[in-house]
Design a protein around this ligand. Sequence first.
Ligand SMILES: NC(=O)c1ccc[n+]([C@@H]2O[C@H](COP(=O)([O-])OP(=O)(O)OC[C@H]3O[C@@H](n4cnc5c(N)ncnc54)[C@H](OP(=O)(O)O)[C@@H]3O)[C@@H](O)[C@H]2O)c1
Length: 320
Amino acid sequence: MACDVPQLPLGSNGRPIPLLGFGTAEYPLGSTENLKEIVLRAIKLGYRHFDTAAAYRSEMPLGEAIAEALELGLVKSRDDLFVTSKLWCNDAHRERVIPALRNSLRNLQLECLDLYLVHWPMSLRPEAELQPKEEDLLPFEMESVWKGMEECVKLGLVKCIGVSNFSCKKLDRLLAAAKIAPVVNQVEMNPLWQQKKMREFCVEKGIHVSAYSPLGGRGTVWGSNRVMDCEVLHPIATSRGKTIAQVCLRWAYEQGVSVIMKSFNEERMQQNLHIFDWSLSPEELQKISRIPQIRACVPLGFISEKGPYKSLDEFWDGEI
Ligand SMILES: NC(=O)c1ccc[n+]([C@@H]2O[C@H](COP(=O)([O-])OP(=O)(O)OC[C@H]3O[C@@H](n4cnc5c(N)ncnc54)[C@H](OP(=O)(O)O)[C@@H]3O)[C@@H](O)[C@H]2O)c1
């Protein structure tokens, strides 16, 4: 039977966000040939929130799966699904934002996105490859890029706009300039990188946090095995008769964020949905809160002596 995922209202204009989302970035990006079938399977199991990005090369198969799900009656209307996509850095220039979103919408066969995010606080030369060269790195004109994002809302191309991989400092600067405030910051979050400061900041500012790499993103270049191998999580999972993945997802859900996990394996897709009918005890939460913290996702390709960010510390505004 399909599982019902809890939802939370998002922004004044937005549709509720299902608190467990299905990630579509696999490593290497765009390497899964049967992604359309995988997404159809996910919809059958009960996933309603899909996370894609221009950079993931997953928009097209996701769009095909959505079209087929509607045709087959797996969902009654497009509005039963919540779709997020992201603006890649080579389109992070004011005049390129609307065309980039239109391109994503074309790929997805949709008229409107539920959520569009600035993928990284970074701009690249328009012709840059996914792995940028030093000369591709450009200063990120946050305020003007955001104007482009606001225009997307005004044109009715997207319900809500937000950001990803922003520090508290950058969010503060954006909030000061924005006419339409960002509703989401999508960031790495798992028991080994708990984002306590970011979560407190976002609660205060009314921004919803979405957690990517909730299992540590194992098997990718941006993640590691550290979360799934964590010695603190093992005994909690064993004593509960749950898997470490379920403990991680449940923990993130209990922190009040939406969780974007990726699994293209049917058994694990199913397993990961079973986190809503049990809870972690205060003692277990306490143990998890004491895990030493380490960020996995370090965007080294955006750091250069000649670029706008000279060090990771500068990139994250010291929030590492
Ligand atoms: N905004 C950003 O900059 C950003 C960055 C990274 C990711 N994201 C988004 O967040 C999504 C999820 O993050 P992620 O892909 O980095 O990592 P993740 O969800 O933390 O981990 C994915 C890995 O865990 C495995 N896995 C899933 N369920 C499992 C289970 N129950 N037991 C054991 N292994 C399991 C998956 O393998 P199988 O597929 O074989 O199950 C895959 O190797 C992405 O797909 C993307 O949509 C966004």
